[in-house]
Design a protein around this ligand. Structure first.
Ligand code: TYM
Length: 330
Protein backbone atom coordinates (compact mmCIF):
# COMPACT_ATOMS: atom_id res chain seq x y z
CA UNK A 1 0.00 0.00 0.00
CA UNK A 2 1.35 3.41 -0.97
CA UNK A 3 0.83 6.65 0.89
CA UNK A 4 -0.87 9.27 -1.27
CA UNK A 5 -1.20 13.03 -0.67
CA UNK A 6 -2.77 15.78 -2.75
CA UNK A 7 -4.61 19.06 -2.35
CA UNK A 8 -6.61 21.72 -4.16
CA UNK A 9 -6.71 25.46 -3.36
CA UNK A 10 -10.13 26.83 -2.34
CA UNK A 11 -10.08 29.77 -4.73
CA UNK A 12 -13.45 29.00 -6.30
CA UNK A 13 -15.50 26.13 -7.60
CA UNK A 14 -13.76 23.11 -9.09
CA UNK A 15 -13.53 22.85 -12.87
CA UNK A 16 -12.96 20.04 -15.35
CA UNK A 17 -9.18 20.65 -15.15
CA UNK A 18 -9.23 19.92 -11.41
CA UNK A 19 -11.41 16.89 -11.97
CA UNK A 20 -9.47 15.20 -14.75
CA UNK A 21 -6.04 16.39 -13.58
CA UNK A 22 -6.45 15.43 -9.94
CA UNK A 23 -9.82 14.36 -8.47
CA UNK A 24 -10.41 11.49 -10.86
CA UNK A 25 -7.19 9.95 -9.59
CA UNK A 26 -8.13 10.60 -5.96
CA UNK A 27 -11.26 8.52 -6.49
CA UNK A 28 -9.47 5.45 -7.72
CA UNK A 29 -6.59 5.78 -5.27
CA UNK A 30 -8.80 5.91 -2.16
CA UNK A 31 -9.84 2.34 -2.94
CA UNK A 32 -6.34 0.91 -2.72
CA UNK A 33 -4.02 3.19 -0.80
CA UNK A 34 -3.65 5.22 2.35
CA UNK A 35 -4.76 8.62 1.09
CA UNK A 36 -4.68 12.15 2.47
CA UNK A 37 -6.58 14.75 0.46
CA UNK A 38 -6.76 18.29 1.75
CA UNK A 39 -8.03 21.76 0.96
CA UNK A 40 -5.01 24.04 0.59
CA UNK A 41 -6.26 27.15 2.38
CA UNK A 42 -2.79 28.28 3.57
CA UNK A 43 -1.70 28.26 -0.06
CA UNK A 44 -4.58 30.41 -1.21
CA UNK A 45 -3.25 33.30 0.91
CA UNK A 46 -0.27 33.65 -1.45
CA UNK A 47 -2.59 35.07 -4.09
CA UNK A 48 -5.58 36.20 -2.00
CA UNK A 49 -4.15 37.66 1.25
CA UNK A 50 -7.55 38.72 2.59
CA UNK A 51 -9.96 36.21 1.10
CA UNK A 52 -13.55 37.39 1.35
CA UNK A 53 -15.29 34.05 1.58
CA UNK A 54 -12.58 31.69 2.80
CA UNK A 55 -14.86 29.62 5.06
CA UNK A 56 -17.49 29.38 2.35
CA UNK A 57 -14.95 28.47 -0.33
CA UNK A 58 -13.42 25.77 1.84
CA UNK A 59 -16.90 24.37 2.46
CA UNK A 60 -17.64 24.41 -1.26
CA UNK A 61 -14.50 22.46 -2.15
CA UNK A 62 -15.22 19.95 0.61
CA UNK A 63 -18.78 19.50 -0.67
CA UNK A 64 -17.40 19.04 -4.17
CA UNK A 65 -14.88 16.44 -2.96
CA UNK A 66 -17.68 14.50 -1.28
CA UNK A 67 -20.11 14.91 -4.18
CA UNK A 68 -17.56 13.48 -6.58
CA UNK A 69 -17.28 10.39 -4.40
CA UNK A 70 -14.42 10.91 -1.96
CA UNK A 71 -15.32 8.92 1.12
CA UNK A 72 -14.12 10.12 4.57
CA UNK A 73 -14.12 6.49 5.73
CA UNK A 74 -11.79 5.38 2.94
CA UNK A 75 -9.44 8.35 2.89
CA UNK A 76 -8.44 11.25 5.12
CA UNK A 77 -10.06 14.51 4.00
CA UNK A 78 -8.89 17.57 5.85
CA UNK A 79 -8.37 21.30 5.77
CA UNK A 80 -4.70 22.29 5.52
CA UNK A 81 -4.96 24.96 8.24
CA UNK A 82 -6.41 22.31 10.60
CA UNK A 83 -2.96 20.72 10.51
CA UNK A 84 -0.51 23.38 11.77
CA UNK A 85 2.20 20.69 11.95
CA UNK A 86 2.47 21.43 8.23
CA UNK A 87 3.56 24.98 9.09
CA UNK A 88 6.26 23.70 11.44
CA UNK A 89 7.67 21.36 8.81
CA UNK A 90 7.50 24.22 6.27
CA UNK A 91 9.61 26.36 8.62
CA UNK A 92 12.20 23.62 9.03
CA UNK A 93 12.38 22.90 5.28
CA UNK A 94 12.71 26.63 4.55
CA UNK A 95 16.07 26.66 6.36
CA UNK A 96 17.50 24.48 3.64
CA UNK A 97 15.67 25.81 0.58
CA UNK A 98 17.79 28.24 -1.42
CA UNK A 99 16.45 31.51 -2.78
CA UNK A 100 18.11 30.84 -6.15
CA UNK A 101 16.30 27.56 -6.70
CA UNK A 102 12.98 29.02 -5.55
CA UNK A 103 13.32 32.00 -7.91
CA UNK A 104 13.78 29.62 -10.83
CA UNK A 105 10.37 27.93 -10.33
CA UNK A 106 8.14 28.54 -13.36
CA UNK A 107 5.08 29.13 -11.20
CA UNK A 108 6.93 31.82 -9.22
CA UNK A 109 7.99 33.60 -12.40
CA UNK A 110 4.38 33.45 -13.65
CA UNK A 111 3.04 34.91 -10.41
CA UNK A 112 5.60 37.74 -10.44
CA UNK A 113 4.21 38.64 -13.84
CA UNK A 114 0.57 38.27 -12.77
CA UNK A 115 0.72 40.11 -9.44
CA UNK A 116 3.72 42.49 -9.53
CA UNK A 117 2.35 44.45 -6.57
CA UNK A 118 2.27 41.45 -4.28
CA UNK A 119 5.44 39.40 -4.72
CA UNK A 120 5.37 38.10 -1.15
CA UNK A 121 7.72 35.61 0.53
CA UNK A 122 4.89 33.06 0.63
CA UNK A 123 4.83 33.04 -3.17
CA UNK A 124 8.56 32.44 -3.30
CA UNK A 125 8.36 29.60 -0.79
CA UNK A 126 5.13 28.13 -2.20
CA UNK A 127 6.98 24.95 -3.30
CA UNK A 128 8.38 24.53 0.23
CA UNK A 129 4.88 24.61 1.72
CA UNK A 130 3.79 22.11 -0.89
CA UNK A 131 6.74 19.88 0.01
CA UNK A 132 5.68 20.12 3.68
CA UNK A 133 2.13 19.01 2.74
CA UNK A 134 3.51 15.95 1.02
CA UNK A 135 6.36 15.06 3.36
CA UNK A 136 4.28 15.51 6.53
CA UNK A 137 2.59 12.18 5.67
CA UNK A 138 5.68 10.74 3.98
CA UNK A 139 3.77 10.22 0.75
CA UNK A 140 5.17 8.28 -2.18
CA UNK A 141 2.53 9.19 -4.78
CA UNK A 142 1.00 12.58 -5.52
CA UNK A 143 -1.88 12.74 -8.01
CA UNK A 144 -1.66 16.12 -9.76
CA UNK A 145 -1.95 17.75 -13.17
CA UNK A 146 1.00 18.53 -15.40
CA UNK A 147 1.32 22.09 -14.02
CA UNK A 148 2.53 20.70 -10.66
CA UNK A 149 5.34 18.53 -12.01
CA UNK A 150 8.13 20.97 -11.18
CA UNK A 151 6.83 21.34 -7.62
CA UNK A 152 7.15 17.58 -7.18
CA UNK A 153 10.70 17.69 -8.39
CA UNK A 154 11.42 20.37 -5.78
CA UNK A 155 9.71 18.29 -3.09
CA UNK A 156 12.11 15.45 -3.85
CA UNK A 157 15.03 17.86 -3.66
CA UNK A 158 13.95 19.21 -0.26
CA UNK A 159 13.19 15.77 1.19
CA UNK A 160 16.47 14.28 -0.01
CA UNK A 161 18.40 17.28 1.22
CA UNK A 162 16.84 16.97 4.67
CA UNK A 163 17.68 13.25 4.80
CA UNK A 164 21.28 13.96 3.80
CA UNK A 165 21.83 16.90 6.13
CA UNK A 166 20.44 15.19 9.21
CA UNK A 167 21.66 11.71 8.30
CA UNK A 168 18.23 10.15 8.32
CA UNK A 169 15.86 8.46 5.90
CA UNK A 170 12.60 9.90 7.21
CA UNK A 171 11.37 11.14 3.86
CA UNK A 172 10.72 8.84 0.89
CA UNK A 173 10.81 10.21 -2.67
CA UNK A 174 7.31 11.15 -3.85
CA UNK A 175 6.37 11.02 -7.53
CA UNK A 176 3.68 12.93 -9.37
CA UNK A 177 1.06 10.45 -10.44
CA UNK A 178 -1.74 9.93 -12.94
CA UNK A 179 -3.29 6.53 -13.37
CA UNK A 180 -3.14 6.98 -17.13
CA UNK A 181 0.63 7.27 -16.53
CA UNK A 182 1.05 10.63 -18.18
CA UNK A 183 0.30 13.79 -16.26
CA UNK A 184 -2.34 15.74 -18.09
CA UNK A 185 -3.13 19.35 -18.90
CA UNK A 186 -6.81 19.98 -19.55
CA UNK A 187 -7.08 22.86 -22.03
CA UNK A 188 -9.33 25.87 -21.54
CA UNK A 189 -11.89 27.11 -24.04
CA UNK A 190 -10.11 30.29 -25.09
CA UNK A 191 -7.87 28.54 -27.58
CA UNK A 192 -4.62 29.01 -25.73
CA UNK A 193 -3.44 27.54 -22.41
CA UNK A 194 -4.85 25.40 -19.66
CA UNK A 195 -8.25 25.45 -18.08
CA UNK A 196 -7.97 27.50 -14.89
CA UNK A 197 -9.91 29.69 -12.52
CA UNK A 198 -7.74 32.73 -13.13
CA UNK A 199 -7.57 32.42 -16.91
CA UNK A 200 -10.57 34.60 -17.66
CA UNK A 201 -14.31 34.30 -17.86
CA UNK A 202 -15.57 31.52 -20.10
CA UNK A 203 -12.28 29.61 -20.17
CA UNK A 204 -13.21 27.06 -17.51
CA UNK A 205 -16.21 24.78 -17.15
CA UNK A 206 -17.11 24.29 -13.52
CA UNK A 207 -18.57 21.07 -12.15
CA UNK A 208 -21.73 22.88 -11.08
CA UNK A 209 -22.21 25.10 -14.11
CA UNK A 210 -25.84 24.87 -15.29
CA UNK A 211 -26.34 23.28 -18.73
CA UNK A 212 -27.18 26.68 -20.26
CA UNK A 213 -23.85 28.14 -19.08
CA UNK A 214 -21.91 25.14 -20.36
CA UNK A 215 -23.62 25.52 -23.73
CA UNK A 216 -22.76 29.21 -23.92
CA UNK A 217 -19.11 28.62 -23.00
CA UNK A 218 -18.57 25.76 -25.44
CA UNK A 219 -20.42 27.40 -28.34
CA UNK A 220 -18.23 30.51 -27.90
CA UNK A 221 -14.97 28.53 -28.00
CA UNK A 222 -12.53 29.66 -30.68
CA UNK A 223 -12.51 27.70 -33.96
CA UNK A 224 -11.42 28.40 -37.55
CA UNK A 225 -12.89 27.92 -41.01
CA UNK A 226 -12.00 24.22 -41.04
CA UNK A 227 -9.32 22.06 -42.66
CA UNK A 228 -8.79 22.18 -46.40
CA UNK A 229 -6.17 19.43 -46.78
CA UNK A 230 -6.91 15.89 -45.58
CA UNK A 231 -5.04 14.72 -42.47
CA UNK A 232 -3.66 18.16 -41.68
CA UNK A 233 -2.39 18.98 -38.21
CA UNK A 234 -5.02 20.48 -35.93
CA UNK A 235 -4.40 24.09 -34.83
CA UNK A 236 -4.15 24.52 -31.02
CA UNK A 237 -7.74 25.74 -30.50
CA UNK A 238 -9.16 22.78 -32.44
CA UNK A 239 -6.84 20.32 -30.72
CA UNK A 240 -8.17 21.66 -27.41
CA UNK A 241 -11.77 20.84 -28.36
CA UNK A 242 -10.70 17.35 -29.35
CA UNK A 243 -8.85 16.94 -26.04
CA UNK A 244 -12.03 17.80 -24.16
CA UNK A 245 -13.99 15.41 -26.35
CA UNK A 246 -11.53 12.67 -25.49
CA UNK A 247 -12.14 13.21 -21.77
CA UNK A 248 -15.93 13.28 -21.72
CA UNK A 249 -17.13 11.46 -24.85
CA UNK A 250 -16.99 7.84 -25.99
CA UNK A 251 -14.12 6.59 -28.16
CA UNK A 252 -16.61 6.14 -30.95
CA UNK A 253 -17.71 9.78 -30.84
CA UNK A 254 -14.12 10.93 -30.76
CA UNK A 255 -13.24 8.81 -33.79
CA UNK A 256 -16.31 10.01 -35.67
CA UNK A 257 -15.26 13.67 -35.45
CA UNK A 258 -11.60 12.88 -35.93
CA UNK A 259 -12.43 11.07 -39.19
CA UNK A 260 -14.56 14.02 -40.27
CA UNK A 261 -11.66 16.35 -39.53
CA UNK A 262 -9.29 14.18 -41.51
CA UNK A 263 -11.52 14.11 -44.58
CA UNK A 264 -12.30 17.83 -44.28
CA UNK A 265 -16.05 17.38 -43.81
CA UNK A 266 -16.19 18.48 -40.18
CA UNK A 267 -18.73 21.05 -38.98
CA UNK A 268 -17.50 22.54 -35.76
CA UNK A 269 -21.06 23.45 -34.73
CA UNK A 270 -21.92 19.72 -34.62
CA UNK A 271 -18.79 18.88 -32.68
CA UNK A 272 -19.56 21.59 -30.15
CA UNK A 273 -23.17 20.44 -29.72
CA UNK A 274 -21.96 16.91 -29.03
CA UNK A 275 -19.35 18.22 -26.62
CA UNK A 276 -21.98 20.21 -24.71
CA UNK A 277 -24.21 17.15 -24.48
CA UNK A 278 -21.43 14.92 -23.18
CA UNK A 279 -20.12 17.47 -20.67
CA UNK A 280 -23.63 18.04 -19.32
CA UNK A 281 -24.19 14.29 -19.06
CA UNK A 282 -20.98 14.02 -17.08
CA UNK A 283 -21.44 17.04 -14.79
CA UNK A 284 -25.18 17.07 -14.11
CA UNK A 285 -25.25 14.15 -11.61
CA UNK A 286 -22.23 15.68 -9.83
CA UNK A 287 -23.87 19.09 -9.83
CA UNK A 288 -27.05 17.68 -8.25
CA UNK A 289 -24.99 15.92 -5.61
CA UNK A 290 -23.03 19.10 -4.81
CA UNK A 291 -26.30 20.90 -4.00
CA UNK A 292 -27.39 18.10 -1.66
CA UNK A 293 -24.03 17.82 0.13
CA UNK A 294 -23.57 21.58 0.46
CA UNK A 295 -26.76 21.89 2.45
CA UNK A 296 -25.89 18.97 4.75
CA UNK A 297 -23.88 20.85 7.36
CA UNK A 298 -23.82 17.87 9.73
CA UNK A 299 -22.14 15.71 7.06
CA UNK A 300 -19.58 18.43 6.32
CA UNK A 301 -18.81 19.03 9.99
CA UNK A 302 -18.35 15.32 10.62
CA UNK A 303 -16.02 14.97 7.62
CA UNK A 304 -13.90 17.90 8.87
CA UNK A 305 -13.71 16.48 12.38
CA UNK A 306 -12.66 12.95 11.43
CA UNK A 307 -10.26 14.22 8.77
CA UNK A 308 -8.52 16.49 11.25
CA UNK A 309 -8.08 13.66 13.76
CA UNK A 310 -6.61 11.23 11.24
CA UNK A 311 -4.32 13.86 9.72
CA UNK A 312 -3.00 14.82 13.16
CA UNK A 313 -2.12 11.23 14.03
CA UNK A 314 -0.06 10.85 10.85
CA UNK A 315 1.62 14.27 11.08
CA UNK A 316 2.54 13.88 14.75
CA UNK A 317 4.49 10.72 13.96
CA UNK A 318 6.47 12.49 11.24
CA UNK A 319 7.16 15.58 13.34
CA UNK A 320 8.39 13.49 16.24
CA UNK A 321 11.02 11.89 14.03
CA UNK A 322 11.83 15.11 12.24
CA UNK A 323 12.43 17.03 15.46
CA UNK A 324 14.52 14.19 16.80
CA UNK A 325 16.66 14.08 13.64
CA UNK A 326 17.50 17.78 14.03
CA UNK A 327 18.14 17.55 17.76
CA UNK A 328 15.10 19.33 19.20
CA UNK A 329 13.38 17.90 22.23
CA UNK A 330 10.49 15.68 21.17
P1 TYM B 1 -4.64 23.96 -7.84
O1 TYM B 1 -5.58 24.32 -6.74
O2 TYM B 1 -4.25 25.00 -8.81
O3 TYM B 1 -5.23 22.75 -8.68
C1 TYM B 1 -5.63 21.55 -8.03
C2 TYM B 1 -5.28 20.34 -8.87
O4 TYM B 1 -5.90 20.42 -10.14
C3 TYM B 1 -4.92 20.28 -11.16
N1 TYM B 1 -5.30 21.13 -12.31
C4 TYM B 1 -5.23 20.71 -13.57
N2 TYM B 1 -4.87 19.54 -14.11
C5 TYM B 1 -4.92 19.43 -15.46
N3 TYM B 1 -5.35 20.43 -16.28
C6 TYM B 1 -5.73 21.63 -15.78
N4 TYM B 1 -6.16 22.59 -16.58
C7 TYM B 1 -5.67 21.81 -14.36
N5 TYM B 1 -5.95 22.85 -13.54
C8 TYM B 1 -5.72 22.42 -12.28
C9 TYM B 1 -3.61 20.73 -10.55
O5 TYM B 1 -2.51 20.17 -11.23
C10 TYM B 1 -3.76 20.21 -9.14
O6 TYM B 1 -3.39 18.86 -9.09
N6 TYM B 1 -0.27 23.73 -5.52
C11 TYM B 1 -1.48 23.01 -5.77
C12 TYM B 1 -2.22 22.62 -4.51
C13 TYM B 1 -1.37 21.89 -3.53
C14 TYM B 1 -0.92 20.55 -3.61
C15 TYM B 1 -0.13 20.34 -2.45
C16 TYM B 1 -1.09 19.54 -4.55
C17 TYM B 1 -0.89 22.44 -2.37
N7 TYM B 1 -0.14 21.50 -1.73
C18 TYM B 1 0.48 19.09 -2.19
C19 TYM B 1 -0.46 18.30 -4.30
C20 TYM B 1 0.29 18.10 -3.13
C21 TYM B 1 -2.38 23.90 -6.62
O7 TYM B 1 -2.25 25.08 -6.66
O8 TYM B 1 -3.35 23.23 -7.25
Amino acid sequence: MECVVSGIRPTGRLHLGNYFGALRNFLSMQEKHQCFFFIADYHSLTTHPTPVNLRENVKTVLAEYLACGLDPDKCTLYIQSDLPQTAELYLLLNMNAYVGELERATTFKDKVRQQPDNVNAGLLTYPVLMAADILIHRATKVPVGKDQEQHLEMTRTFGNRFNRLYKTNIFPEPVAFNFGNQLIKVPGLDGSGKMGKSEGEGNAIFLNDPASVIRKKVMRAVTDSGPTTPHSQKPAAIENLFSLLKLVSSDETYRFFDDQYNNCSIRYGDLKKQLVEDIVMFTSPISEKIKAVESDSELLARAIRTGKEKAHASANETMKETRKAIGFSI
